[in-house]
Ligand binder design. Structure first.
Ligand code: PLP
Length: 456
């Protein structure tokens, strides 16, 4: 007999993970190394340390240690908002009339409103430990910038955020949250950096992109004494920190004998998906269990489903290391869809390799269907989901409805990465019937991919 399953499963404090899990250690085919953009040789620890903190650079290059201790200071911070609940979506199951069991791991229960805080505190901690004065970063929709501002305020670090101009203007409240936590927020592209000035000259009136904001933040970090750059997704170190999501989820599942058949996550740069699935993937890689993993991306920015697996630039200014990943090309500017956190042109090299090895599948979904799923979820489960998270909801609902047809009692687990209170303009468009679906043409994607760097 399995135990009665509560509506919300919270681990005890003593059951919370004390180490992050590094899935690369169990991968037969390791993700390809980051390359120096000038020499095309693998980045060394010393080269990476000019941009990132030393310990984070070490984590970035660590493909062999399966477990890495979480420092006590970070564990203490995690306790402020973790464990996050694993929720049985009883009400959604009932509304759908499905025999499937649906669970979601809810990461929106902190002021930044998303899972990003899990890595923000880790990155800020290592910067502080190294004796740095501050960090720089980019933010698109604003969740990452908010999370990092919170972490920096807690540790007493300066935080300079380059915020994609369109978000800076459309989401003034996000900006004010960051400023409340003491961050210095600049709309990107700006005239405070060389790359910003170049981009403004070339594309006057541009509303910016993540790739461009990254270039500005890196330029400032490298050029300012006592500063380093930090990034909220894509990097392997970020996936490592986000493994806390999957480790908690797995511990909660094991505690109640829950065996997910299918694990679903939205994929922007791949950090929440990678973090959620990592420990389960570890079991699969070691032959201990089997799961179906599904990455969900927007049809407007389909890096896994329509991109190419190749070395590419991580930023528009082409100053960052080259990463081998599924990419649409660093010059790809997705249409103005409302899931700001899913608008990156590339994908984590770990997720890319797992996908290329056939261990993960991917689907792209259109914006209006995503908001329809968000509305349906909000009405029965109460939580108002972030547009990004709603991509996972959409596919979880699709799969639950398939079970209704076939009568299969599958167990579905998905990541609910955050809340959508700062996305009400998007919800308003949806409610007013003014939302559209934009899907790039093959020609547009081919044109962007033609600009990929040539790496021998
Ligand atoms: C940033 C963000 C995402 C996407 O980023 P990943 O690195 O792919 O996880 C998803 N959901 C929310 C709420 C976000 O803020």
């Amino acid at each position: 007999m399995s135990k009665e399953i509560p509506y919300k499963i919270y681990l005890e404090e003593t059951e919370m993970p004390k180490q992050w899990y590094n899935v690369r250690a169990d991968m037969k085919n390791k993700p390809a190394p980051l390359l120096n953009p000038a020499t095309h040789q693998p980045m060394t620890i010393d080269e990476l340390s000019t941009v990132f903190c030393r310990e984070l650079a070490e984590q970035e290059l660590n493909t062999t240690d399966p477990y890495i201790d979480i420092p006590q200071e970070i564990l203490d911070f995690y306790k402020m908002y973790r464990p996050s609940p694993l929720v049985r979506a009883y009400c959604l199951e009932k509304a759908l009339g499905t025999p499937a069991k649906i669970y979601y791991k809810f990461e929106g229960n902190n002021t930044s409103g998303s899972h990003k805080l899990n890595s923000a505190i880790a990155q800020a901690y290592y910067a502080k430990k190294q004796g740095l004065k501050g960090v720089t970063t980019e933010t698109g929709a604003g969740q990452w910038g908010t999370a990092l501002s919170m972490a920096c305020a807690y540790l007493g670090l300066d935080c300079k955020v380059y915020m994609v101009k369109v978000s800076y203007e459309q989401k003034p409240f996000r900006r004010e949250v960051m400023r409340t936590y003491g961050a210095d927020v600049t709309p990107s592209p700006s005239n405070t950096t060389n790359i910003g000035r170049q981009i403004l000259e070339k594309f006057p009136g541009t509303t910016g992109s993540l790739g461009c904001a990254i270039s500005e933040a890196v330029e400032v970090a490298v050029g300012t004494e006592g500063y380093r750059y930090v990034l909220g997704s894509v990097l392997s170190q970020v996936l490592l920190h986000q493994s806390v999501i999957g480790l908690e989820a797995m511990a909660a599942c094991d505690k109640y004998d829950i065996k997910p058949d299918m694990i679903i996550g939205c994929a922007g740069g791949g950090s929440n998906l990678g973090g959620l699935i990592s420990p389960f993937m570890g079991r699969k890689l070691r032959g201990e269990a089997d799961y179906e993993f599904i990455a969900v991306e927007p049809a407007s920015c389909p890096s896994l489903t329509r991109g190419k697996y190749a070395y590419d630039f991580c930023d528009t200014g082409r100053v960052c290391p080259l990463a081998k990943m599924y990419t649409l090309g660093s010059g790809f500017i997705p249409s103005a869809n409302h899931a700001g956190g899913l608008r990156y042109h590339g994908m984590s090299s770990v997720v890319s390799q797992l996908y290329d090895d056939g261990l993960i599948t991917a689907r792209s979904v259109e914006q209006t269907s995503v908001f329809k799923a968000a509305e349906q979820f909000a009405r029965v489960e109460g939580i108002l989901p972030a547009p990004e998270s709603s991509h996972a909801i959409k596919v979880a609902i699709d799969e639950a409805l398939k079970c209704k047809e076939t009568g299969e009692e599958k167990t579905i687990l998905f990541g609910l990465t955050g809340t959508g209170y700062f996305d009400m303009v998007a919800y308003q468009k949806y409610n007013d019937g003014e939302m559209s679906d934009y899907i790039p043409t093959d020609e547009e994607i081919a044109k962007s991919l033609a600009q990929l760097p040539v790496v021998e």
